[in-house]
Structure formats: structure tokens, C-alpha cells
Design a protein around this ligand. Structure first.
Ligand SMILES: *Cc1c(COP(=O)(O)O)cnc(C)c1O
Length: 417
């Protein structure tokens, strides 16, 4: 197969051509600043208002509840730091989980340095947050609860309705990082007990560097970037009109295509998972069996190093990720894989495949073939002599330090001896 096979949609997605088309005028002739009074400014202001309205419609929210940001990371930082700051008098306790994105985890770490006490909830082997532990942890002194909706590494969907109800009973503001879910599954803000929600344009076929934070009407959130009066005076700076218009178009198209794409991705993912589990040995499927993002398939392969496997997959033009993109290059086991208790001999061989609507069954067939071949290679099994599907056992001297592979000193790529 000569085409590129992109199986890393949780890292980012390709902008849809319709999105580029609606952005183009705002990158060229319609360059007005939305804060100016003449017609060019009014044109930009109208585009902003329309985009905010579109996003509010899709999210079942009011336009006044949508604040544009530079992406998921900024939305998470804003929600966590500002709500914690505003509630300091109420208490300095923050509750989150062990499997959050680094934008959430490192915001919480920062707050710990400022004297906040952060409780990191456990998850079970499927990645579902421990609700009993949450019930014990919530107290009147809690300033914020933040639990992600869909996990970017293992795809597990958290029971945010239940979690939000718990927070509401105690009067605790509830934030959710929904970056992986918005555009994939319906997230009707007003019909969920959510106070704040983060989303990012490039995860649903929009442009990079743009996102939004939903803030429920009753929630008072302090300004994050001080300056001019943009975004109701809470997030100053001349608006990125082209990207905002593009993100709104991408979200609208995602909503139109959601039912069909979701069904297709579930089918394709299930086909992929069934084949891998049947035809590869020494493999674990990570995440919840069915409460998960439609395109996510995360596997841990015993006795192989994920980085080496990814290099070999890329030679077959397949792009996937080890754990999360943020930890690529680090030899460390991802905090998510650790939290769900993947056994040591499997953990280092964790690869995340995230499918998109443009992927085909032929591409999945090719990927399974490549996986089988390269697993056998990395485990030091002789191709043709021994079937890799014949029940996994680790051959002597094989595994992570397979003698059959070495790094080519000329270009740093793995080569086969
Ligand atoms: C990608 C991602 C982010 C960060 O979003 P950016 O727009 O890239 O800053 C945050 N949380 C989750 C769950 C993500 O997948």
C-alpha cells in the first residue's frame, strides 16, 4: 500500500477543505479588526458573532457562555487557575484524576506550589474514575472539581453526568476537559451538570491554535488575559477571526456528520481490535470495552518497545502514537497506562491508534499485517518459521533489547541485522 495511513486523530486532525474555504477571505481581504467601528470592523464582528452563535447552537449553550481561547491547553489553564483563585476563600482543595491531560495535571501541580491541596483520584483497570473515592474526597472546602470527559490515550469516557451531579449537590464548580469528545459525540452543555468545559478546534478538523471555554451563565470566572475588552473583558487580545470562523464551520460539519461518522468509526475500530486481539499474541486492549471514544484503539504489546514499533510502522507509512504525543521521545511509561495498572512487561509496548472517518478497511488490513510482521521482528521470532499468533512467549534475548535490531549511526533509524 503506497498511501499514507494516518491513525493519530487524537493528536490532531486534518482541516476539512470546507473549513479552509470559509477561513480564506478572513486571511486576505476581510482583515478588519472586530473592535473597530467602520464597515470592515463590523464585518469581522458579525463573523465573530455568527461563529459564537453556531458553536453555542451545537453545544446547546448560550452565545454569552462561549469564550474563544488559543486551544484546549489555554481553556484548561483558564478554568482551573481562575476558578481555584476565585474560590480560595471557600477552600484550597482541588479534586482531579490521575489520568488527566498534562494541561490539567500541570495546572494542578502549579496550584500545589501556590499552596493548594490537590487530590488525584484513582481509576479502575478500564480507566473509569473511582466514584466512591470521589464521594469521600468532596468537602465544603473544595474549590474545584475537574475530571476529563474522554481520555486521549485510552479513549475511556468518564461518567461526567454522575460526577457533575455529585459536585452540584455540594455546590462545587465542575470543569471537564472535553477536548477529545467535542465533535465526536454530542455534548449538550445545558443538559449536563457541567459548569465549565474545554474544547479545541484542531481535534475536530478545524485549525490549530484556537479553542473555546464554555462557562455556565451562573459561574463567575475571573479574566485570564488582561487588556482590551474582547471576550467580555475576560480574554483580551485582537480576535483570531479566521480561525474562529474555521472552528465554527468545523464544529457545525462535525455535528452534521456525527451520526454517520460515529457509527462508521465504531465499526472500523471494532474490526481492527477484533483482528489484533485474534491474530497478534501477547497483547492487551486498553480502556473500557464499550464506554470509549469511537475511533480509539490502545494496545499494549508484551516484550516490545513502543518507540521501536512506531519506527517500523512508519516504514510501512502508518502513523500512530506511543501513549500521548506529549510523552513521545520520553522513555517513561505514560501516567495513564500506569494508573490503569498495565503490567510492566506490557506497559512499555503501548501504542495508540486513533481512527478518523477517512480511514478505510483496506488501511486497517494493511496495519494489521504490518503489526504482525513487526511484532515478530521485534520479539526476535523468525518470520516464516514461527507464527507470531501461535501463543506469545518471549524468546531468550528477545524483547526490548532484541539483537536483531540496531540503530543505524548514519541516520539514527532502526535497522534489521
Ligand atoms: C489535545 C488535548 C488538549 C490540548 O489541546 P490543544 O488545543 O492542543 O492545546 C487538552 N486535553 C486533551 C484531552 C487533549 O486531547
Amino acid at each position: 500500500m503506497s498511501e499514507e495511513i494516518y491513525l493519530d486523530h487524537a493528536a490532531t486532525t486534518q482541516m476539512w477543505p470546507e473549513v479552509k474555504a470559509v477561513m480564506e477571505p478572513y486571511l486576505t481581504e476581510k482583515y478588519g479588526n472586530a473592535s473597530t467601528a467602520y464597515d470592515m470592523g463590523k464585518e469581522a464582528k458579525k463573523a465573530l458573532d455568527d461563529a459564537r452563535g453556531t458553536i453555542a447552537d451545537v453545544m446547546d449553550a448560550d452565545p454569552e457562555e462561549i469564550f474563544f481561547t488559543s486551544g484546549g491547553s489555554e481553556s484548561d489553564n483558564w478554568a482551573i487557575k481562575s476558578i481555584a483563585g476565585a474560590n480560595k476563600r471557600r477552600g484550597s482543595r482541588i479534586i482531579t484524576t490521575k489520568i488527566e491531560h498534562h494541561a490539567v495535571l500541570n495546572s494542578c501541580k502549579y496550584l500545589e506550589e501556590l499552596g493548594y491541596e490537590v487530590c488525584y483520584l484513582d481509576v479502575d483497570e478500564n480507566g473509569i474514575v473511582d466514584l466512591e473515592q470521589l464521594k469521600e474526597a468532596v468537602s465544603g472546602q473544595t474549590a474545584l472539581l475537574t475530571v476529563m470527559y474522554g481520555n486521549n490515550e485510552i479513549g475511556t469516557l468518564e461518567p461526567i453526568a454522575e460526577i457533575g451531579m455529585l459536585a452540584r449537590q455540594k455546590g462545587i464548580p465542575f470543569h471537564t476537559d472535553a477536548v477529545q469528545v467535542v465533535g465526536q459525540l454530542p455534548v449538550p452543555a445545558h443538559r449536563l451538570p457541567i459548569d465549565l468545559l474545554s474544547a479545541s478546534g484542531h481535534k475536530f478538523h478545524g485549525p490549530k491554535g484556537i479553542g473555546f471555554l464554555y462557562v455556565r451563565d451562573e459561574v463567575r470566572i475571573p479574566a485570564f488575559i488582561h487588556g482590551g475588552g474582547q471576550e467580555a473583558g475576560k480574554r483580551a487580545g485582537t480576535e483570531n477571526v479566521a480561525s474562529i470562523v474555521g472552528m465554527a464551520e468545523a464544529l457545525k460539519l462535525s455535528a452534521y456528520r456525527m451520526r454517520r461518522n460515529c457509527a462508521y468509526l465504531n465499526r472500523l475500530r471494532n474490526y481492527f481490535v477484533q483482528r489484533v486481539m485474534r491474530e497478534c499474541s501477547g497483547v492487551r486492549y486498553n480502556g473500557h470495552p464499550h464506554l470509549r471514544l469511537p475511533g480509539n484503539a490502545s494496545f499494549s504489546f508484551a516484550g516490545v518497545d513502543a518507540t521501536a514499533l512506531l519506527v517500523l510502522l512508519e516504514e510501512d507509512r502508518i502513523r500512530a502514537s506511543a501513549g500521548s504525543a506529549c510523552s513521545t521521545g520520553e522513555a517513561r511509561i505514560s501516567h495513564v497506562i500506569e494508573a490503569i495498572g498495565v503490567p510492566e512487561e506490557y506497559a512499555a509496548g503501548t501504542v495508540r491508534f486513533t481512527l478518523g472517518a477517512e480511514n478505510t478497511r483496506q488501511q486497517i488490513d494493511w496495519t494489521v499485517r504490518s503489526l504482525k510482521k513487526n511484532l515478530a521482528l521485534l520479539r526476535g521470532e523468525m518470520i516464516g518459521q514461527e507464527s507470531p499468533a501461535a501463543g506469545y512467549r518471549m524468546p531468550d534475548g528477545a524483547g526490548t533489547d532484541s539483537r536483531r535490531l540496531s540503530t543505524d549511526p548514519r541516520n539514527g533509524r532502526l535497522r534489521i541485522l
